[in-house]
Write a protein that binds this ligand. Structure first.
Ligand code: HDD
Length: 705
């Protein structure tokens, strides 16, 4: 006799707001519509009675093809993925606004720069370049800094990076540089890493990339947070005013909270402890109301300046040092809202360099010209329809009207009879020579040829300038990064070729890396275009350490506590950190929490294994005399302390922590950055000290890499 079919589970829905119910129903979370709960439907809107069991012939029989709900559900799931971006696949975005400081009408007729105080909605997507969508956040890599500003005259996309120069001078080389850095095609590794033969083979054969290589091997390529990095439009653009006069412009985003990076040894560990470190950081900052902010700066110059400058302003491997041409703040960008849905917004957002409003125009930079072709193609490939502008994240927020129609997924088609112009129905939009985009009428002439201008020939001077502008710790990091990367290169000839370039950039750097790699003999300096090399003055603006923050604001303190932790110190610490607009996390042996010295139960944010010190900008060790005994034999507790010290972090500690510090091997090396916390009254000055972020004086002793 056939058994009675089982009924769908009708247990009351368990929600996070109703934890007792969750525990009460034996872990089964089957949910049915009752009261105000909306009824689950198919994509066609049909109400669904049972979403737990497919339709079967008999209790243990095959699934029936007429189960249209099952078929639709699986069909849709099977098609959830779209191609990831060919570069910048891993990214994270947020909404916000751009606020104009003052009218720039003298330079540009772009509507967004006309009125002081005006706010224009914006969306920003940060990204790494080489890794796939699921790779880790702290790869050594360039970071994308793509900004879409929804102006009243259409979308302006400033699709920049956190590095102001690029690897190549001509867009025709883009597939090559990207192929070389991506996983090698026969083995599909390494993922999200430039430390392999193909990348360094290409780079060492491409002297124009030397300036960019210096940046990518510097701490700029391992930022502490998206919030603490600069952004650059890279190319020279044009502002064009109402009189059709052009001024060259370079765009810079400067973070209000200052620049900050992690050390390579931290990056490696963070990638294991929290591969989403940068995402989580942005999410937490915005969700807690600490909205990240950048100022938009511009460098404005005319043709005379361009002609007098040592390098070609069309060459994207060159900067104009701020000491030669100071930047001017013209507005601010504030990110204050996370997307409602990652896919709908961050994944589907389509940035395109060719999206410029009237008043902003291109220069003849051959990299920019090539990009203007590329971005439209890639959106069609990724998003699957020429109607990707119909997606809310890509649609302009100003009125728009045109006669483009049909195509896959057309959601807005022209209404009525007219879908062309001119027409005699007296309907529909017409072009406007006055209001519309007018390309700057630059004079262009010359024979058609494939050639690299002589003015693009010097590849070493600015690479050297970048290197000599760094502080000693930053210079050491560059040498260490080059040594590490080249140590992963299997072919000695590639290592040698790279060292030959480095000798041209800075002899000490080249020799240091050559020796660290164990080269038997030092190669001769590379010959490529050395004749043009100049000795440029250092540009202090290029150093992160010299431009660091003065306060702990926006940073995070990790407090390692146990049962019996000093309640007065704890309260003073958390109050002082909050006062500085910084965050803290409590790390304890158990995530549930600990009992402080006053008997209070304090919930922890992390258990010790989940909260290594690499996740924090500074740490405090606050165990009790009893509690410390449970830590000294625990490897993660010793690593917590030893890593914080090795990473040159400030360490606050109470006397009870000394046995742990002893076991971690730092008790004999206490310095200005290891500060004993004795009384609550001293805490505010301790937290102020944290604004220095790192104890650089410790660096030679710990050899931070
Ligand atoms: Fe690019 C994406 C930045 C050169 C072709 N690029 C992309 C993104 C950023 C940049 C931030 C991610 C946008 C997003 O978040 O969706 N790219 C740059 C910078 C460059 C540069 C600063 C040099 C100054 N790019 C460049 C060249 C080409 C491309 C020379 C091709 C000729 N870039 C693309 C692309 C991507 C892209 C293939 C992949 C996904 C996308 O466009 O939307 O079209």
């Amino acid at each position: 006799m056939a058994k009675k079919p089982s009924a769908p589970n009708t247990a009351k829905p368990a929600t996070i707001h109703d934890q007792k119910a969750t525990r009460g129903n034996g872990g089964e979370l089957h949910q049915t519509a009752e009261g105000d709960t909306p009824v689950l439907t198919t994509a066609q809107g049909g109400p669904v009675a049972d979403d737990q069991n497919s339709l079967r012939a008999g209790e243990r029989g095959p699934t029936l093809i007429e189960d249209f709900h099952f078929r639709e559900k699986i069909f849709h799931f099977d098609h959830e993925r779209i191609p990831e971006r060919v570069v910048h696949a891993r990214g994270y975005g947020a909404h916000g606004f751009f606020e104009t400081y003052e009218s720039l009408a003298a330079y540009t007729r772009a509507d967004l720069f006309q009125r002081a105080g005006e706010q224009t909605p914006a969306f920003v997507r940060f990204s790494t370049v080489a890794g796939s969508k699921g790779s880790f956040d702290l790869a050594r890599d360039v970071r994308g800094f793509a900004v879409k500003i929804y102006t009243k005259e259409g979308n302006w996309d400033l699709v920049g990076n956190n590095i102001p120069v690029f690897f190549i001078q001509d867009a025709i080389k883009f597939p090559d540089v990207i192929h070389s850095v991506k996983p090698e095609p026969d083995r599909e590794f390494p993922q999200a890493q430039s430390a392999h033969d193909n990348f360094w083979d290409f780079i060492s054969l491409t002297p124009e990339s030397m300036h960019m290589v210096m940046w990518v091997m510097s701490d700029r390529a391992i930022p502490r947070s998206f919030r603490f990095m600069e952004g650059f439009g890279v190319h020279t653009f044009r502002f064009v005013n109402a009189k059709d006069e052009s001024t060259f412009v370079k765009f810079h985003w400067k973070p209000k909270l200052g620049l900050q990076s992690v050390a390579w040894n931290e990056a490696v560990k963070i990638n294991g402890a929290d591969p989403d470190f940068h995402r989580r950081d942005l999410w937490q900052a915005i969700q807690s109301g600490n909205f990240p902010e950048w100022e938009l700066h511009v460098q404005l110059f005319d043709q005379d300046f361009a002609d007098s400058f040592d390098f070609d302003i069309l060459d994207p491997t060159k900067i104009i040092p701020e000491e030669i041409l100071p930047t001017k703040a013209v507005g601010r960008l504030v990110l204050d809202r996370m997307p409602d849905n990652f896919f709908a917004e961050t994944e589907q957002v389509a940035f395109m360099t060719q999206n410029v409003p009237p008043g902003i125009d291109f220069s003849d930079d051959p990299l920019l010209q090539g990009r203007n072709f590329s971005y439209l193609d890639t959106q069609l490939k990724r998003l699957g329809s020429p109607n990707f502008t119909h997606l809310p994240i890509n649609a302009p927020k100003c009125p728009f009207q045109h006669f483009q129609q049909d195509g896959h997924m057309a959601m807005r088609n022209p209404v009525g009879r007219v879908n062309y112009q001119p027409n005699s129905w007296g309907e529909g939009p017409r072009e406007s020579p006055m209001k519309g985009f007018r390309h700057f009428a630059s004079q262009e002439q010359g024979p058609k040829l494939r050639i690299r201008a002589e003015s693009f020939a010097d590849h070493y001077s600015q690479a050297r300038q970048f290197f000599i502008s760094q502080t000693p710790p930053e210079q050491r990091h560059i040498a260490d990064a080059l040594t590490f990367e080249l140590s992963k290169v299997e072919m000695p000839v590639i290592r040698e070729r790279m060292v030959a370039h480095l000798l041209n950039i800075d002899e000490t750097l080249g020799k240091k890396v050559g020796h660290a790699l164990g080269l038997q003999t030092m190669p001769k300096p590379a010959e490529a275009a050395v004749a043009t090399r100049q000795d440029l003055d250092p540009s202090p603006a290029l150093s992160i350490i010299q431009r660091g923050p003065k306060r702990f604001e926006g940073r995070k303190l990790g407090i390692l506590a146990t049962d019996g932790a000093d309640a007065a110190l704890l309260d003073a610490l958390t109050a002082a950190v909050t006062e500085q607009k910084a965050a803290f996390e409590l790390i304890a042996p158990k995530v549930g929490g600990f009992t402080a010295s006053d008997g209070r139960w304090v919930a922890a944010h992390q258990m010790l294994d989940g909260g290594p010190s690499v996740l924090y900008d500074a740490v405090v060790l606050l165990p009790s005399a009893d509690g410390v005994n449970d830590l000294i034999d625990v490897a993660t507790a010793r690593d917590f302390v030893a890593d914080a010290f090795a990473h040159c972090k400030f360490i606050g500690y109470c006397a009870a922590a000394l046995p742990l510090m002893q076991r971690a091997g730092i008790a004999e090396s206490l310095d200005e950055g290891t500060i004993e916390l004795t009384e609550a009254a001293s805490i505010a000055s301790f937290v102020k000290e944290l604004g220095k972020l790192r104890v650089w004086a410790r660096e030679p002793a710990v050899k931070l890499k």
